[in-house]
Write a protein that binds this ligand. Structure first.
Ligand code: AMP
Ligand code: MG
Length: 267
């Protein structure tokens, strides 16, 4: 399978990353769906062992433009995992209390503990994306954040957290289609925000902010992956595949029973 990982220190030109790509599957949706189902089952099993072993911590960061598919990725890729072992944290416009603190304060509180998976729906990266594009703080403040974030994530990794970061890459036409679909379906109106149209006008500015983020914060301990996300089934397949490969490498085991159970009789 093609590598979607952003190499450490490389330049990123998002125009060169194909949002439509389906590579090895070449549009063969049926076999991709079958492969996805198998990965989903593996994920279910790995998550159970992760929880039982109570040793590793997994942090998954999802970033995307509006309609990029963060919510549906969470719904579909984690469909079969035990909700007890997974926490989703959605990062919205900071509250007054959050604004009174540094930008990592609200983030550190929700990183995974042992045996847990945390999924970030948006993340601390908003503090170098929307904050940069809208000048919510001066440049001399946000430009230091890439380094803070790298150090923060390095600390989490040193302390036993496995970190995977996914940028769901859609193009402007696909966003138009998805916004149009939300507009036309009354059951999707709740997802439509007029503000998304203002953000859409800033497409180019966001592209620059995403490119800098991907260049400066894809590291050995916390790599970014640019996921082709125009086709939802391919997006899900690639993410599930990266998750399964990563969890395989952790070499997890069910914990040993310390009591001798050989003579136990249940009356
Ligand atoms: P949604 O994910 O569609 O519910 O929207 C959440 C909104 O919160 C998005 O418009 C984000 O850009 C915004 N947001 C998230 N984090 C921040 C932040 N640190 N500063 C400003 N806006 C933020
Ligand atoms: Mg939204």
């Amino acid at each position: 399978m093609k590598s979607y990982q952003v190499k450490v220190g490389s330049k990123v030109d998002l125009n060169k990353w194909d949002p439509d790509g389906t590579h090895s599957y070449d549009g063969d949706k049926d076999s991709a769906k079958a492969a996805f189902a198998r990965l989903n089952q593996k994920l279910e099993r790995f998550q159970e062992i992760l929880y039982a072993e109570h040793k590793h911590k997994l942090l998954i960061v999802l970033q995307a433009r509006d309609t990029g598919g963060k919510d549906s990725t969470i719904r579909r890729v984690f469909e079969h995992v035990n909700p007890q072992g997974v926490k989703v944290a959605s990062f919205k416009v900071p509250t007054d209390e959050e604004m009174d603190h540094d930008y990592l304060w609200r983030v550190h509180k929700v990183v995974p503990g042992k045996g847990m998976i945390s999924i970030f729906n948006r993340s601390h990266y908003e503090d170098v994306l929307v904050v940069r594009v809208h000048n919510l703080v001066p440049q001399k403040i946000w430009e230091k954040r890439y380094e803070h974030i790298n150090h923060f994530e390095e600390m989490l990794a040193d302390e036993g957290t496995t970190i995977l970061k996914f940028y769901l890459h859609i193009d402007k036409d696909e966003q138009k289609k998805r916004l149009q679909a939300r507009l036309e379906d009354p059951e999707k109106h709740w997802k439509f925000s007029l503000g998304d149209l203002d953000e859409r006008k800033l497409w180019g500015e966001y592209t620059k902010a995403y490119e800098t983020m991907l260049e400066k914060t894809s590291t050995g301990h916390a790599p970014w992956y640019i996921i082709p996300a125009n086709r939802k089934w391919y997006r899900d397949l690639i993410i599930a595949n990266i998750l399964v490969q990563t969890l395989e490498k952790l070499d997890m085991k069910y914990p040993e029973q310390t009591d001798d159970l050989s003579n136990v009789i249940i009356e």
